[in-house]
Design a protein around this ligand. Structure first.
Ligand SMILES: Nc1ncnc2c1ncn2[C@@H]1O[C@H](COP(=O)(O)OP(=O)(O)OP(=O)(O)O)[C@@H](O)[C@H]1O
Length: 303
């Protein structure tokens, strides 16, 4: 069974389609990056999964059932959600806030202290939330999302406004949860850093799903130019001519190395030619980052 399945889902707000004809499914236990610019439809997708909004057309299933209607309550207990802008009552302490959310969710308040410890807030548990930094509020939001050990977690822009240490800690928690088999959707337009922590990425633009797959699959789809960095004193007319015959251009990189770029299909023949060339000390095939793929697929930019 899929953790989440969207079949031809459209969600309209008046004349605007926040999502349009989206087919998307999420396997149990995978971590997926849901990527898109402002207004792409990421939050709308999360709201549909949470059952707080309904599709205008199409069907959505969470663990095989629609998240709205008679199954909504039991499904919601299996979900955890960290909204983009977490806000809590500033007069309450972190511990009080978490216990309050535990009661709302029907979860035992006894787990709250362990959760506060897990997110690194035990020392501040008795301080009023109004005195918390953005990073501390985000950690409290994370503890709230983890109440009841959910099977599916939805994080909306979880690292916006966090400093590098807090961002690293957040991703460590994601990795721990991933190892435990939790299914996670990381919704973001902030890409640096996300790549090692996800299994697949979905790219949304203006309500449409443009691409969905592993980084490798997205690389194949994007077919960005092959880039190879070569070190050593190897340049000679004969080899350069052979590379040009494969459609490869050569330029000097700032590092003092040489950079080749050309059609992806020329990779093996280019490598063969380089390996057989005297003076080549090192060869690096440079794979496009998720950021470059996102820019290419989402904005139509070639990098
Ligand atoms: N309740 C609503 N009423 C009217 N329009 C809405 C509503 N919610 C979302 N929209 C519109 O739907 C589109 C998608 O919005 P959504 O919040 O899903 O995008 P997003 O990808 O999460 O963007 P962001 O990164 O800015 O949070 C936007 O054009 C937004 O203005």
């Amino acid at each position: 069974m899929r953790a989440v399945e969207l079949r031809g889902v459209t969600r309209r707000y008046g004349r605007l389609a926040a999502l349009e004809g989206v087919n998307w499914s999420l396997r149990e236990g995978e971590v997926v990056g849901l990527l898109g610019h402002n207004g792409a439809g990421k939050t709308t997708a999360m709201k549909l999964i949470l059952g707080v909004a309904e599709p205008s057309a199409g069907e959505i299933l969470v663990y095989g059932r629609p998240p709205i209607g008679r199954h909504a309550h039991s499904l919601r207990r299996r979900l955890g959600y960290l909204p983009e802008n977490v806000s809590f009552y500033p007069q309450m302490t972190g511990r009080e806030v978490l216990r309050y959310f535990a009661r709302l969710k029907g979860e035992a308040p006894a787990q709250c202290d362990a959760l506060l410890e897990r997110v690194g807030l035990n020392a501040a548990a008795k301080r009023r939330v109004g005195t918390y930094s953005k990073g501390m509020r985000q950690r409290l939001g994370l503890a709230q999302a983890l109440l009841g050990t959910p099977r599916l977690l939805l994080f909306d822009e979880p690292t916006v406004g966090l400093d590098p240490i807090a961002t690293r800690d957040f991703y460590r928690t994601v990795d721990d949860l991933r190892r435990q088999g939790t299914t996670i959707v990381l919704c973001s337009h902030v890409l640096p850093g996300i790549e090692p922590h996800i299994d697949r990425a979905a790219i949304l633009r203006e309500g449409r799903l443009l691409a969905y797959g592993t980084i490798e699959e997205l690389r194949m789809q994007a077919a960005l130019p092959l880039r190879i960095r070569v070190r050593g004193s190897w340049r000679q007319p004969e080899v350069e001519g052979a590379l040009a015959g494969l459609g490869i251009t050569i330029r000097d990189a700032e590092s003092g190395d040489t950079e080749l770029s050309g059609p992806p299909a020329a990779k093996m023949r280019a490598l063969e030619a380089l390996v057989a060339t005297q003076g080549v000390e090192d060869i690096d095939v440079m794979h496009p980052s998720l950021e470059a793929l996102y820019a290419h697929i989402s904005l139509g930019e070639a990098r």
